[in-house]
Design a protein around this ligand. Structure first.
Ligand SMILES: Nc1ncnc2c1ncn2[C@@H]1O[C@H](COP(=O)(O)OP(=O)(O)OP(=O)(O)O)[C@@H](O)[C@H]1O
Ligand SMILES: [Mg+2]
Length: 408
């Protein structure tokens, strides 16, 4: 039953994506036609004035698709306005990629969107046909199949069976159609490698601010744990020691009892201090290295966890600590929210980057906006100029992927 619900959510999600994609495909078709008319007019020598407007329209539609795709996976930054002047605009690599995208998406996006919408609509029409076949004159035939005369209920049921075929096709093909529809955008709309320097500067400025923010939050968290935990216990130790001092002459037995309480409170303070320290930089990383520390996390995870670590050269301590916190939060989330029966953690070092993936086979639908753990991870990772992507469609699986520059 759970599988059926999961499948229904996956299909509904895919249809929602297809409808969104169909919207941008219609806009892309409009922008493409306009750009083509302007291009032809330019060849005739009369359309030059309209060209910047057409390019701006293409950029506006492409930005819409960027925003749409960013909501459902790796964020795609918008490149900003089209450069002024036709010559600069035509040389701009973003403009060229936008034009390529608008052409592809106007065709593939429209086709896949129409097919993706038609399948469930045909299914609905044919499956419900036995309910309303009497309203259609027999010479009109079955819906969409005018040559097929339907004169009895049993024949109408055969049309209903055809509808089940459409339904199976919708269930089977919608997710793939949605992926096909998004493919041109995922391919052409991100910044081309090597020319995204200004975007990088903007992103670095933002992540630097996020890093400062993350540090402030971290300091506040440490301050709160010291204040609410350790400091309170030490105050209690102090009070108890004062009481013991006063009691020591009058009632040595009572003094001994109070000293015992003071010792307990001091031990608790120590315990809490240790937890706080562990939260700053897990000492287990120093003792056992990243692989050992992660094996400890995987071993104590309540959901069966497969761990694969392939890191021949150690990374900077702060990067290893970040990777450790990513896996710790990922596994905690899997246990708390995912309903998964298996989780895979892989950590690899590749071309100076540490790649961490936590993947579970649970019901998906993770949303950063609903808690602070995933947002905290994203901030921490971005503070190191790393990247985090979370894919968690309804129905699962959930995959958190983090890339961190190794810094060594
Ligand atoms: N692996 C997962 N599978 C399914 N849902 C998830 C998963 N991870 C997170 N979620 C969902 O995403 C939400 C946000 O997760 P996040 O870690 O940010 O917050 P949290 O775990 O609820 O609280 P905390 O701030 O203590 O981490 C969760 O409330 C949960 O509903
Ligand atoms: Mg969490």
């Amino acid at each position: 039953m759970a599988y059926v619900w999961r499948r229904i959510r996956v299909v509904v999600d895919a249809i929602e994506r297809l409808v969104g994609g169909l919207g941008t495909a219609v806009l892309a078709l409009g922008a493409l036609l306009w750009a083509l008319i302007v291009a032809v007019a330019c060849l005739a020598g009369v359309g030059l004035l309209a060209a910047p407007g057409a390019l701006r329209a293409v950029r506006a539609v492409a930005d819409r698709e960027r925003a749409r795709l960013s909501r459902r996976g790796t964020p795609i930054p918008a490149p900003g306005p089209v450069p002024l002047g036709l010559r600069a605009a035509v040389r701009d690599p973003f403009v060229r990629r936008d034009l390529g995208w608008v052409t592809l998406h106007a065709i593939t996006g429209l086709l896949s969107g129409l097919v993706g919408l038609a399948l469930p609509l045909y299914a609905l029409q044919d499956i419900t046909f036995p309910l309303w076949y009497r309203l259609v004159p027999p010479e009109d035939g079955a819906p969409g199949m005018g040559w097929w005369r339907i004169e009895s209920l049993s024949e109408a049921f055969v049309v209903g069976l055809v509808g089940l075929g459409w339904l199976a096709a919708a269930v089977g093909f919608s997710p793939a159609l949605a992926r096909v529809q998004e493919w041109p955008g995922r391919w052409l709309l991100p910044p081309p490698p090597g020319v995204d320097l200004s975007l990088r500067v903007a992103a670095l400025t933002a992540t630097r601010a996020a890093a400062l923010d993350a540090h402030a939050v971290e300091l506040r968290r440490i301050e709160r744990s010291l204040h609410d935990g350790t400091q309170n216990r030490l105050v209690a130790v102090n009070v108890l020691l004062g009481a013991a001092r006063r009691a020591v002459r009058r009632n040595p037995e009572r003094a001994d009892e109070i000293l015992g309480q003071a010792q307990d409170a001091a031990e608790q303070a120590l315990g809490e201090l240790r937890t706080v320290v562990r939260g700053i930089l897990p000492p287990v990383l120093d003792d056992r290295g990243l692989a050992g520390a992660l094996a400890g996390l995987a071993g104590s995870c309540a959901v069966p966890c497969r761990l694969e670590v392939d890191v021949a050269v150690r990374c900077a301590a702060s990067v290893e600590a970040t990777a450790y916190f990513v896996v710790a939060e990922g596994l905690t989330n899997v246990v708390r929210h995912s309903g998964a029966s298996q989780v895979d953690v892989t950590v690899r070092r590749e071309q100076g980057r540490l790649l961490v993936t936590v993947r579970d086979d649970g019901h998906g639908d993770a949303d950063e906006a609903r808690g602070s753990g995933l947002t905290g991870i994203r901030r921490r990772v971005e503070a190191y100029d790393g990247r985090m992507t979370l894919t968690s469609p309804p129905g699962g699986p959930t995959r958190m992927h983090v890339e961190l520059p190794c810094g060594s």
